[in-house]
Design a protein around this ligand. Structure first.
Ligand code: KIV
Ligand code: ZN
Length: 533
């Protein structure tokens, strides 16, 4: 078996006691949010942005869950995992030998790789899911962690549902994991049951009672809205790794939000003396937008740090104060988290080369058909919109790069008519692998008519279960940003579309969701293994 990555690993326990390891699990726990299904290319795009953010670890997936998960982890390990100053890439695994080996198979080409082994330890999980005794769980812990250590010297262990696990038993399991070679002990508050002072006390207790050379980690879910608070309490009590997701995504109510935890540490160093991260905070807003766009989960307006209202001031007194000095009502500088609409110097006369160059400066690398399609959309936008911001360019480029340009349906044209008199109608022309597909339909409104026409042209049946419109930036000519969620055969998918015209944005979003449905069906990529509640 291969062993890797001992030397030069800045994440080795004890090297820098103040360094807080930021472990991002957007692509694993975040992807388990209901209705999110990212394909390998989208996961790679998010992983590249996480590398720009400067997280220490990217948990890229659960390789044994499906072939799609395996391939996505492998492709991230091979590309992002080998960039200079890259984050280490992690994969999740149950304790079974076959799972651990499969996980390593996906990770092995990364310059630094970690296997994250977990098993449930609470009575609820052991009785109803695992059907194992305490002795069996301890033995599984030993064998799973030892197997992982045969592959790599960077092994994390998690006792799932730790906060509902009897303390003595958890200490026994954790000690067994350390004996078997775990270098990080992660304490998951799987069902979001923790309360900050209680969770902090738990972390402190584990630190004192479990001997060995390991890093303690937090993994807090947000069922009571306390995920960030619990995570910070864990850090205060000595945890030196935080598991977080962009925009607080994750199972049910989500996980602790990357941007909230990092900014709390940045703004209040007095509360966390000597604790530092390597996060480039100016990349946080962009990570948030990218994840929102690709997952189809919009960011709530009043979300801390990355919400559109996080730096907006409505009342006269507040506006007066902020105009005099921003510090009157703002504790975070918007620019420090990338929350300012950077104006880009491209216009309708800009050429393809200048466009590609600008994208490269934004860290987006597009080539060939994808670049051509994105450039065509940019030209269309430049004709309709006076000021183009980085957020606008990101939105159209992400939409185009998210399409499967070879096999997906493409929108060639859309014509709609409607108003207060007469039946709204739409006519669409689509193309797919060189074929033209046309259909016309009526509907309750122009958007409904456009979606019906697309349904007829593609012959893909599904139920519309979600529809959300927002704007990318402010102003009357702002891009409308539409997210559509569809359901078919128990599969839920989302699609996103942007345009200065909301009907067109809706049609694009609907088509993007249809394309995703077709792709997932083609790969028949359903999860074969579940992680738990
Ligand atoms: O919430 C949880 O318990 C998890 C584990 C797999 C770490 O996500
Ligand atoms: Zn979790």
């Amino acid at each position: 078996m291969t062993t890797n990555h001992g030397e030069g690993n800045r994440r080795t326990p004890g090297v820098d006691p103040g360094h807080l390891t930021v472990f991002d699990t957007t692509l694993r726990d975040g992807e388990q949010s209901p209705g999110i299904s990212l394909d390998a290319a989208e996961k790679l795009e998010i992983a590249e942005q996480l590398a720009r953010v400067g997280v220490d670890y990217i948990e890229a997936g659960f390789p044994v869950a499906s072939q799609g998960d395996f391939e996505a982890v492998q492709s991230i390990a091979r590309s992002v995992g080998n960039q200079p100053d890259a984050p280490a890439i992690c994969g999740l695994s149950r304790t079974h030998m076959a799972d651990v080996d499969r996980c390593w198979e996906a990770l092995r080409d990364s310059a630094q790789a970690r296997i994250h082994v977990f098993i449930s330890t609470s009575p609820q999980h052991m009785e109803h899911m695992l059907k194992m005794t305490q002795a069996q769980v301890i033995s599984e812990t030993r064998s799973g962690v030892s197997r992982a250590r045969e592959h790599t010297d960077d092994v994390e262990f998690s006792p799932q549902d730790a906060t509902r696990t009897p303390l003595d038993f958890m200490l026994e399991v954790l000690s067994a994991a350390v004996d078997a070679g775990a270098t990080t002990l992660n304490i998951p508050d799987t069902v979001g049951y923790g309360i900050p002072w209680d969770f902090g006390a738990l972390i402190q207790h584990i630190r004192r009672q479990v001997p060995g050379d390991y890093i303690l980690s937090t993994h807090c879910h947000n069922d009571l809205g306390l995920a960030t608070a619990n995570t910070l309490a864990g850090v205060q009590a000595g945890a030196r790794q935080v598991e977080v997701c962009v925009n607080g995504l994750g199972e049910r109510a989500g996980n602790a939000a990357l941007e909230e935890v990092v900014m709390a540490l940045r703004i209040r160093p007095d509360q966390f003396p000597g604790v530092t991260t390597t996060v480039h905070t100016e990349e946080l807003a962009r990570a948030s937008r990218l994840v929102a766009r690709l997952t189809g989960y919009p960011v709530q307006y009043n979300k801390a740090v990355v919400g559109r209202n996080a730096f907006a001031h409505e009342s006269g007194i507040h506006q007066h104060g902020v105009l005099a000095d921003r510090s009157t009502y703002e504790i975070i500088d918007a620019a420090s988290v990338g929350q300012v609409g950077r104006q880009i110097v491209l216009g309708k006369h800009s050429g393809r080369h200048a466009f590609a160059d600008t994208l490269a400066k934004m860290g987006i690398h597009a080539q060939g058909d994808a670049l051509n399609a994105a450039f065509a959309r940019f030209k269309e936008l430049a004709d309709r919109k006076v000021e183009i911001t980085e957020a606008d360019v990101e939105a159209i480029v992400a939409e185009e790069l998210g399409q499967d340009l070879v096999e997906g349906f493409q929108l060639e044209s859309l014509e709609v008519s409607g108003g207060t008199v007469g039946m709204p109608r739409a006519r669409v022309v689509l193309s797919r692998t060189g074929d033209k597909l046309e259909a016309a339909a009526e509907g309750n409104g122009m958007i409904d008519a456009a979606c019906s026409a697309i349904r007829q042209a593609t012959r893909v049946q599904s139920k519309l279960i979600g529809f959300n419109v927002s704007s990318v930036t402010g102003g009357v000519d702002a891009l409308g940003d539409v997210v559509v969620q569809l359901e078919a055969d128990e599969l839920k998918v989302s699609g996103r579309g942007v345009s200065t015209d909301v009907v067109e944005a809706s049609a694009r979003a609907y088509l993007a969701a249809v394309n995703r449905l077709v792709r997932i069906r083609a790969r028949n990529e359903r999860r074969e293994v579940e992680i738990g509640p």
